[in-house]
Design a protein around this ligand. Structure first.
Ligand SMILES: C[S@@+](CC[C@H](N)C(=O)[O-])C[C@H]1O[C@@H](n2cnc3c(N)ncnc32)[C@H](O)[C@@H]1O
Length: 263
């Protein structure tokens, strides 16, 4: 099945997705229609996917395999008093989905460059208008709402947008929180500033985060040292088009042996 590409900005969505959003609530029929794209937990019976498949409200636009990843990482935050930030509001449907999924204690914040998105505010959902490339705007945002339990970047997906947002907002993710960047495939698309192994794409930038994760083991302190990222990142989970950074307080790793030697 050809999966529709997500839009760069507030473009008209692909027809297949519009059709879904306009359909009456028929989770089974919609799931059937999406069957070739269904993987593991994004099958009927899981809350997020069921919500998406039966969505009759505001439009939501997600790649199908993302639901599996969301369930895996986000489930632990449900029904807790959390702050969830999504960059990229579009038609407002995903913010309503997060509100439903995380429960009434969650504070959902959306960011978009399109001023019309402000009209999608409702109880439990705040929306700020500004650009994710604007460091001043992001700093004000973090001061007003941070720290966040989860930051999800589903905005314009250009290289500078993804890198600036990560640099400004990762420090404002709570210990034990998550930073998620979506649509990493734009790192391979020229129109978004990408290109295979091209310098300064988000993919190349995040490869350096893999180095930083391992800096505890550096034998080359001149060029490779422990950073704030090394001390705060427990794991980098790379999926097709998505990076999930799992934050924790990290202390220098050590190893121990137990049991009886056999030689
Ligand atoms: C892919 S859509 C978001 C989809 C939405 N999260 C969903 O799941 O339905 C991308 C959104 O990012 C917004 N956007 C584009 N450039 C932006 C920027 N520089 N800062 C903030 N938002 C931006 C667009 O206006 C558009 O609404």
């Amino acid at each position: 099945m050809t999966v529709p590409k997500k839009p760069r900005a507030a473009k008209k969505p692909a027809a297949a997705v519009q059709t879904l959003a306009e359909q009456p609530s028929q989770p089974a029929a919609v799931a059937q229609q999406l069957a070739p794209a269904i993987t593991r937990s994004n099958v009927p019976g899981t809350d997020l996917f069921d919500y998406f498949a039966s969505n009759n409200g505001r439009l939501i636009f997600k790649w199908m395999h993302y639901f599996d990843i969301y369930e895996k990482h986000f489930a632990q935050f449900r029904n807790r008093k959390i702050k969830f930030l999504e960059i990229g509001v579009f038609h407002g449907g995903s913010l309503q989905m997060w509100k439903n999924y995380f429960g009434p204690q969650a504070e959902i914040v959306g960011v978009d460059i399109n001023p019309h998105c402000k009209t999608y505010e409702e109880d439990g959902i705040k929306i700020e208008i500004g650009s994710q490339e604007d460091r001043g705007f992001l700093r004000d945002l973090a001061a007003k709402y941070g720290p966040f339990d989860i930051v999800l970047d589903d905005g314009g997906h250009t290289m500078t947008q993804q890198i600036i947002s990560f640099e400004e907002l990762y420090p404002h993710v709570r210990r034990d929180g998550l930073y998620v960047c979506e649509d990493l495939h734009t790192s391979y698309w020229k129109e978004w500033g990408g290109g295979y192994r091209k310098a300064n794409t988000f993919i190349e930038y995040s490869k350096q985060l893999i180095d930083q994760l391992h800096a505890w083991h550096s034998k080359d302190p001149e060029s490779f040292n422990v950073t704030a990222f090394t001390q705060s990142a427990f794991g980098l989970h790379f999926y097709d088009s998505m990076l999930v950074v799992e934050k924790r307080l990290i202390t220098p790793p050590f190893s121990r042996a137990t049991g009886t030697p056999s030689f």
